[in-house]
Every structure is written in C-alpha cells, then in structure tokens.
Design a protein around this ligand. Structure first.
Ligand SMILES: Cc1cc2nc3c(=O)[nH]c(=O)nc-3n(C[C@H](O)[C@H](O)[C@H](O)COP(=O)(O)OP(=O)(O)OC[C@H]3O[C@@H](n4cnc5c(N)ncnc54)[C@H](O)[C@@H]3O)c2cc1C
Length: 298
C-alpha cells in the first residue's frame, strides 16, 4: 500500500485519475479495514491538508460546505448552527471528540452507510453533492448519489468537493434526533431529520428523512396533508404513522425490525416538533437530543 499526501486540489484529482482512493479522516476507511470490512486500497491519497476542501462559504447559489469540514467544525460553525441546525445536531452526535476532530462530512456522505448521521439532515435541507474530476464538475442530488449500503453512483475518479445547500426560506428550522443506547461511540439505532417552514404558526413546507431504516437514507413521502395545519398532536401523529409505515428496517443484534419501526415514528415526530419550534424562533441547543432528553442522557 502506498500513500501520497496531497497539498492541492489538483494533486488530489490527478491522484484519483491515476487510480488512487481518497482518504480524509480515515475513521471509516482505516477503522473498517482493521475490523476486517475490507483491505485498504493499494494507493491512497490523503486529502486532509487541502485547505480549499475545508471551508464553508455562503454565496448566491447557496452555502458550500467543503467535503473536508470536520464534524467538530460543523457542530460549532455559526452558519451551520443558525441556518442548517439539523447538520450541527447530527455532527455533535458522531462518535467521540477524537472521531469528530478528524471525521469529515465528505467521508460520512461518500462512505454511504444507511446509518450515517449527516445524511438525513442533508436530504431534508435539499443538499447536493459537488463531484469533480480533472475535466468536469457536476452537482448530484443525494437520492441519486446513494445507491445501496456503502455504495454511491460516483465514479472512481470523482472527488466529492462540497455539499451545496440552498438558502432556507424565512421562518424555517431543522432538527436531527437519534435513538441511541449510550452517549458516545454509538451508531444510530434509528434517526430522523426534519426541515419545517412556518407561516404564522402554520406549516408551509415539511421535509422528513430517516436514518438506519432502509438500505439508504429514506425520504418520507406523503407529507402534503400537513401543509396549512398547525404543529399539534394530530400532525405529529400523522408524521409518526407515515415514517413507521414507510420504514423498511432490518433486525440485528442492536434492535429488532419491530422495535426500529415503532421507534422511527417517535423519532420522526420529535424531529418535526423540534424543527417547528426552531422555525418559530425558539432556541433549542445543539445537539437537540440532549436539549430534549431524546436518546441516552448519560
Ligand atoms: C469510533 C467511531 C465512531 C463513529 N461514530 C459515528 C457516528 O456516530 N455517526 C456516523 O455517522 N459515523 C460514525 N462513524 C463513522 C465515521 O467517523 C464517519 O462516517 C466520518 O464522517 C467519516 O469521515 P472520514 O473523513 O473519516 O472518512 P474516511 O474514512 O477518510 O473515508 C470514508 C470513505 O469515503 C471516501 N471519501 C472520503 N472523502 C471523500 C471525498 N471527499 N470524495 C470522495 N470520496 C471520499 C473514502 O475513500 C472512503 O471510502 C464512527 C467511526 C468510528 C471509528
């Protein structure tokens, strides 16, 4: 195995064109290989020193979160916390401080796990992945990027350079909640993200996506009946029912299919409630799991 350290984006794109695989924080790639999930690739190119991948820029076309931005930055960056709070909620729950300090949003997205914590927040915020080669740049919706557990539609020579998120309308809020059995070094049993826009306390738009209940992050369909309604027990019960019906979870040693299906409804309704409270101007600190007492508290 050989590893090259890239100092510029061109170095990375040339490396990928020559068959190297990118490594950012290594918290999936290296840890996975040590756990026997697969051998390390023959040629790795380290991308963590490429400064232009690690910036967050607000522009007319939306906010560009560089793929090399770490979870530790996401959970504290004012733009992310204020405008895309669900991403900060998710980043704050990833692993441990050590994992968050080196693990990146690009690695989380491109690893393609259905349990990735930033995935559902990015989906409800309508993010697209920017994929670059030496010759081309394209923006891909995330439901077209993730094609199965651990699989993306990106070509081997394509680097994810950023996640691009449109500006959210006035009176919008988002939240991500996750069921977990312990507070650190945990992977989502199930999780849910919501983005809500209100108009005088009435729902103007609603988006919900689910973590760890299908082969990829799952978008909840059929939320139109919520539009024009207040966020109350009836609307939250509708969200819970739709999420539980549409989830297709598996049973494994961490939870049964039945338990996951039941709990995803609870998580989805809590995410909608928290997102709507934020849309209404209430401050719920990051991560909302701790603020609301969802998941493990100690
Ligand atoms: C102890 C521990 C706890 C964890 N807890 C959580 C958790 O709670 N929630 C969670 O979601 N994850 C968790 N993870 C998984 C991991 O930390 C995250 O997925 C992290 O964001 C991966 O980022 P990375 O930079 O380390 O990726 P890497 O390991 O460097 O890369 C992961 C994959 O993505 C590819 N890749 C990386 N960057 C790019 C890019 N820019 N373009 C194209 N491909 C790229 C790599 O080639 C590799 O295939 C945990 C991991 C550990 C070890």
């Amino acid at each position: 195995m050989t590893m090259t350290i890239a100092n510029s984006l061109d170095d990375v794109l040339s490396g990928l064109a020559n068959g190297a695989r990118p490594i950012a924080g290594g918290t999936d790639l290296v840890v996975g290989s040590r756990q026997g999930k697969g051998a390390l690739p023959d040629h790795l190119i380290a991308i963590d020193r490429v400064h232009e991948l690690a910036t967050i820029d607000v522009g007319d076309a939306g906010t560009r979160i560089g793929s090399g931005v770490t979870h530790a930055t996401l959970m504290t960056n004012p733009t992310v916390v204020d405008s895309f709070t669900a991403i900060a909620d998710a980043a704050a729950l990833v692993g441990s401080p050590a994992t968050r300090n080196v693990g990146t949003i690009g690695g989380n997205v491109m690893n393609g796990s259905p349990a990735m914590d930033t995935g559902a927040p990015l989906v409800v915020l309508n993010a697209r992945a920017e994929l670059r080669t030496l010759e081309s740049t394209r923006l891909v919706h995330l439901d077209e990027l993730w094609v199965g557990p651990g699989r993306t539609s990106a070509q081997k020579n394509e680097l994810c350079t950023a996640l691009v998120i449109p500006q959210q309308p006035e009176s919008s809020g988002s939240a991500y909640v996750r069921l977990e059995y312990r507070r650190t070094m945990e992977i989502a049993i199930v999780g849910a993200a919501a983005a809500i826009t209100l108009d005088d306390g009435i729902i103007r738009s609603a988006h919900v996506a689910l973590t760890a209940v299908a082969p990829t992050i799952l978008t909840v369909e059929g939320l139109a009946p919520l539009i024009g309604k207040p966020v109350d027990e009836t609307t939250l019960a509708t969200v819970a029912e739709l999420a539980s019906e549409q989830a297709a979870p598996i049973s494994d040693l961490r939870a049964s299919e039945r338990y996951r299906r039941q709990m995803i409804g609870v998580m989805a309704s809590r995410a909608v409630d928290a997102a709507a409270r934020r849309a209404g101007g209430e401050t719920l600190s990051v991560p909302v799991n701790r603020a609301l007492g969802v998941g493990a508290q100690s």
